[in-house]
Each structure stands twice: as C-alpha cells, then as structure tokens.
Design a protein around this ligand. Structure first.
Ligand code: SF4
Ligand code: SF4
Length: 438
C-alpha cells in the first residue's frame, strides 16, 4: 500500500476514536478504506478527500486537518477569502456587507469574495466554450477538487475534459494578493491569504495544488470553526463599509446549478452527490453525453452548502442564498479578452494510477484473471467482515499482495467442510450469514 507521504490528505483518522465498526468502508466512493486490527486505514493513493467518511463515522474518528484562525498572525497583512457557501450559514444576514465586515472583525485586514472571482470564471468559461469548439464535449468544471481528484484516480481518460481554468478559490487568492501588494507596498510573502472553507477537499487543494505549481492561498479555516466567533462579531458591528463586490452569479456558485447557470447555455448541466457524479462520469466515458457542452459536478449534495465543514443544514443555507441573491445585480465582475491567460491554470491534473493492477499490460491481465478467479470463490455478500468494502476489493487486495484469502471467514468455513471444526467456524460467523447443517 502506498505510504501517506506520497499524497497529502486533509482527511485523517483519529485511531483512538476508531472502533473498527466498518461503517465507513462501504460509503467511500473510491474504496479507499480498509479495517485492519480493529482500526480503519485510508489508502492514500485512492482517497479523494470527499469527506464522506467524516459524514458517516458514528464515532467521529475521521476528521479534516485544518488551520486554526491563529495562523493568520504569522503574516503582516491578512486577507480572508469567504466561500460563497458561507453567506447561507447565518440567519438574518440579508446584507452580505454585514458578513464581510464581521469577518474583518476576526482579525483580517481585508476580505476578497470568492464569489467575485467566481464571476470572472463564469465569464471565462463562456468564452472558453465558445472559442474551443474542437475539444470533445462535454467539458467538466475544475471547481470541486474532490471531483478533479476522482477523475485522476478513477476516470483518467477524462482528464483532458477538465476545463483548464482556475477554480474560484485560486483566482480569488491570486487577485487578493495582487490587491494587497498594491495597497500596502508589502512583499507578496508578507501577505497571508486564507480561504474560509466548507470542505476538506479545498484544504487538500491548497496544500497540494492540482492547478498551479504553488497555491495562491496560504491556508484554510473551516466554516464551522469560525462560526461562533463570526456570529458574535455580527452582534458587535457598529458601522460597516461597503465592500461587497459580487452579484447573483457569484453567490450562486455556493449551491448546485450556480456554476452551470453562469454559462448562460442550455447545453450546460449540473449534478451533485458523489455517486451521481460517478454515474455521470461513466456516461461521459461512454460518450453518451456528447451533446452537452459543460458539466458542473459537485461531490457534495446541494453543492458547497453541503460540505462537511459547514455549520448549517444545506437546505436552509440554500434557501438563504436564494434570498440574498434576489436583490443583487446579475454580475459585478468579468474577464476582458486580454486577461483570459491570467485565469488559465499553470498545470494540468495528472493521473494517479491507484486502480492499475500493474504497469505492464500482460501482467495486469494476469492479475485481473487471478482476481476474477478469486472472486468466484468468495460469497459476494460484501459483508465487510474481512475489513474490505466488497468481495471484489478483497480479491484485489490479495492480488496486489496486501493480504491473503484467510481474511474471508466464509472461505475458511468452506475449506473446513466435512471436518469437525466447520460448525465451530459457522458459529462465529455473524448470524445473518450462518448456515445450519441440514
Ligand atoms: S466508521 Fe470507520 S473510522 Fe469510524 S469508527 Fe467505524 S471503522 Fe473507524
Ligand atoms: S475522504 Fe472520501 S475518498 Fe477519502 S477515505 Fe474518506 S470517503 Fe474515502
């Protein structure tokens, strides 16, 4: 199994809390979790930091490693980048300015709305789609880093479909630093730019950027961590400056459909929820969607308002975003033709060969044959008692040399057929799967 040093992940396991209950293994979309010796293990090469295991673990043993707000004090000038989803977190906030000023009250010198950068990306996306008709369709949004990572692990044939434009977070980080340098005269490294994040995938995208050599963002503070202090700041505000500079399109990026709507194309579509996204990516691989121009994919249900590091019910947050955006202009930001190069990513995502059985085709075929043979000997119950999420995953682990057939208790029972030990083994099998001797 590849070591964790090769792949940074914000999603981690707290071993002390893990009871080995196997709840998480079948919910992981990339089958990245095994349970061994009573504790979960995350296979670093497969994990996409989607946060599903954080959501489902009943013992809070999975968590996202993130920065605390104190980190901003390491810099002379601090800028907050609020995600559009933040606007839907707090009740009675009808005026975005109130929220942005409250953020400054937490110790930031400036606030740069990610929603403003999102409007530039919407404009750039429209232009890119129009000017690059020769690229096979549909093109796929680069905004959700869990989806980008999912494509690099499970759908590498689709990497070229990922639109080569900055995510709004990266674009906001770039513009925020430029503005701070211009306004303060400080060196770029004296300025700290921090994303207020709804999800762990964005944290990973900062530490290990898939779009730039080095991220334009210095760190990430979770929405649910700053939520209490932010609410308290709102109560203390005496006067507020007019610093809002994003319209309806930018704020809509906080929920499913906002990005697709920003392309103003009937041939754009939006999907949310990791399983739905995987189904759709399968259809794109099979060339069933070539009439669709652009696809917005969100790993979380509801879009970023559904991220595991948010504080509010996603449906309530969505209703608030709808209300807030109602009285705003359509858009307050665009990209001129001369600026288009600035929003193009420095590098492309690279395939992570986590699912390849071998680099050599013949060896890979042999391993696949062995895998299928093994699978035929397993009960196909996908019960998880072996610590793998499915019988197929166990067969794959055996072929890769990670474990042995002895992990399958049903195999052991079958091997003991006719011996006195068979009933003893049957008795320790979980009740739904026991078989009484006729
Ligand atoms: S759900 Fe996974 S991480 Fe949580 S306690 Fe159970 S095995 Fe451990
Ligand atoms: S973060 Fe997602 S991909 Fe990673 S282990 Fe958890 S469920 Fe699996």
């Amino acid at each position: 199994m590849a070591s964790e040093e090769h792949y940074y992940h914000s999603v981690r396991l707290d071993k002390d809390r893990c009871t080995g209950c196997i709840h998480c293994i079948q919910r992981c979309p990339t089958q990245a979790i095994r349970v061994r010796n009573g504790k979960a293990i995350i296979l670093a090469e497969r994990c996409i930091d989607c946060g599903e295991c954080i959501r489902v673990c009943p013992h809070k043993a999975k968590y996202a490693e993130r920065d605390t707000i104190d980190i901003i004090n390491q810099f002379k000038y601090k800028v907050a980048l609020p995600a559009p989803s933040l606007y839907g977190q707090i009740s009675r906030v009808r005026d975005v300015n109130l929220l942005l000023n409250a953020l400054r009250g937490l110790g930031f010198d400036d606030v740069f709305e990610v929603a403003a950068a999102a409007e530039r990306i919407s404009d750039a996306t429209k232009k890119f789609l129009k000017e690059n008709k020769e690229i096979p369709r549909p093109l796929i949004s680069s905004a959700c880093p869990a989806i980008v990572r999912l494509i690099t692990v499970c759908y590498p044939n689709l990497i070229d479909r990922i639109i080569p434009l900055h995510s709004p977070m990266e674009e906001a980080g770039r513009l925020a630093r430029l503005r701070a340098v211009e306004e303060t005269g400080l060196a770029p490294e004296e300025i700290g730019v921090f994303f207020i994040t709804p999800c762990p995938a964005k944290i990973t995208a900062i530490k290990h950027s898939q779009e730039n050599e080095r991220s334009n963002v210095d760190g990430a503070v979770a929405i649910n961590d700053i939520y209490p202090a932010l609410v308290s700041q709102l109560g203390k505000l005496e006067e507020q400056e007019d610093i809002q500079h994003a319209g309806r399109i930018g704020i809509s990026w906080g929920m499913t459909g906002g990005e697709a709507a920003g392309t103003f194309s009937e041939d754009s579509m939006a999907v949310d929820g990791i399983e739905n996204c995987m189904n759709l990516l399968g259809e794109i691989e099979d060339e069933k969607l070539s009439r669709v121009d652009f696809v917005e994919l969100n790993a979380c249900m509801g879009g970023c308002v559904g991220g595991v590091l948010t504080a509010e019910n996603p449906f309530i947050a969505k209703a608030r975003l709808n209300h807030i955006r109602k009285y705003l202009p359509n858009s307050m930001n665009s990209v001129s033709d001369g600026e288009l190069d600035e929003v193009v990513t420095e590098k492309r995502p690279e395939e992570i060969p986590a699912l390849r059985l071998a680099d050599n085709l013949q060896e890979a075929m042999e391993k696949m044959n062995r895998l299928n043979e093994l699978l035929d000997t397993f009960p196909r119950l996908d019960c998880g008692t072996c610590g793998a999420p499915s019988c197929r995953a166990l067969a794959e682990d055996i072929v890769r040399g990670y474990t042995t057939e002895q992990d399958c208790i049903f195999r052991i029972r079958d091997e003991l057929a006719g011996s006195a030990l068979k009933n003893a083994v049957n008795d320790i099998i979980p009740p739904p799967f026991r078989k009484k001797e006729e």
